[in-house]
Design a binder for this molecule. Structure first.
Ligand SMILES: Nc1ncnc2c1ncn2[C@@H]1O[C@H](COP(=O)(O)OP(=O)(O)O)[C@@H](O)[C@H]1O
Ligand SMILES: [Mg+2]
Length: 336
């Protein structure tokens, strides 16, 4: 019962205020890294330091954070790395996992996609995707931020890795050489939402949402799916249901990861969008309210002007589609 309630609260699309209770929330983080100099140098974080700070009346905000909480972006941008940096194999892009000092005993698990050559994607798109998701309030993408890290952290002994990360380099990296990339919060207690939730799941959802007849089986999941379709159309993301790019956490919440290959003008997301006859009202309202100027500023350096214009054009297309369906089929039938 408690689990069912937390699933409902987690995924309920109109919930706006405060962090949602989540069985997979980042445990007891403080939302910001310990101030420089205050943290112990060794990798084992001593909770007593925080307890002392509390006793001294220091201001501290402790609460459970979901993986998309904007407070985590600050940790991503600044916090010190603790423990081992390991390569995450599988998939197409080169990426690494490690932990950041965030005030929790074990540290915040993160995944880093560095700048690399290849056709699979651009790290900047991962950050753009997070910022767009935040601006829309769709809550699909884990917190992601830009980070520049020393090359010395990464094992470049595999020539393929070295060639992708440092093309044309003849010498090993110097001590001050850095690599920039996208650092993303690892969604705790998550699994790849593949079986029953990959393309076959999408087709089932498209069938259900492709008609205005009958009641929706599960409004919450339907709302999440509509958000996914809109999001992937806006970003022209080709690769949502092919495997590994949609996660589900232990609280039942869906996460859209691996947005590196977006903004390439893929047709499939539009095909999906055009199949929808019903749209979540909240998602449409948020899309309407999106402020072009603010978002453009937030995406500076991440998206070219051309890509941003295309993104904005797609936003209009979604809204026009909803308007057209509403006048043909009736607003109350189309919007839920
Ligand atoms: N933020 C994350 N939280 C949890 N698991 C993740 C996260 N990012 C990646 N993973 C895991 O790593 C796999 C590969 O990551 P992905 O971003 O899809 O890389 P690639 O571009 O190589 O496909 C994912 O399928 C997922 O299992
Ligand atoms: Mg992937």
């Amino acid at each position: 019962m408690a689990l069912a309630l937390s699933i409902l609260l987690l995924a309920w699309p109109t919930v706006e205020t405060g962090p949602l209770d989540s069985t997979s929330a980042i445990p007891a983080c403080c939302g910001r890294p310990p101030p420089a100099g205050a943290a112990p140098a060794e990798s084992d974080y001593d909770a007593a330091v925080d307890a002392d700070a509390d006793a001294a009346g220091a201001e501290k905000e402790c609460r459970k954070l979901d993986a998309d909480d904007p407070a985590l972006a600050e940790v991503l941008e600044q916090a010190e790395i603790v423990g081992k940096v390991s390569r995450l194999t599988g998939g197409n892009m080169i990426k690494y996992v490690f932990r950041l000092k965030d005030g929790s005993p074990e540290g915040l698990k993160v995944v880093f996609k560095p700048a690399q050559v290849g056709d699979w994607g651009d790290w900047k798109n991962e950050i753009a995707a997070y910022r767009i998701d935040q601006a829309l309030g769709f809550r699909l993408v884990p917190a992601t931020a830009r980070r520049e890290l020393p090359f010395s952290l990464f094992d470049l002994s595999d020539p393929k890795v070295a060639a992708a990360l440092r093309p044309d380099a003849l010498e090993p990296p110097g001590p001050d050489e850095t690599v920039e990339g996208a650092l993303q919060v690892w969604v705790p207690s998550s699994h790849v939402a593949e079986e029953g939730e990959g393309r076959a799941w999408a087709e089932k959802m498209l069938t259900e949402l492709g008609t205005t007849a009958g009641d929706l089986e599960d409004r919450v999941t339907a709302a999440v799916f509509v958000r996914l379709v809109i999001f992937d159309f806006l970003l022209s993301n080709p690769d949502r249901y092919s495997g590994g790019n949609m996660l589900r956490d232990s609280g039942g919440r869906y996460w859209a990861i691996d947005n590196a290959g977006a903004f390439v003008g893929c047709v499939r997301p539009k095909t999906d969008l055009l199949k929808l006859r019903r749209f979540e009202k909240v998602a449409v309202e948020r899309l309407k309210k999106l402020d072009r100027k603010t978002l453009r500023t937030q995406l500076k350096g991440l998206l070219t002007d051309g890509r941003f214009r295309t993104f904005w054009k797609r936003r209009r297309e979604v809204l026009e589609r909803v308007r057209e369906l509403s006048s043909k089929l009736g607003k109350s039938k189309v919007l839920f």
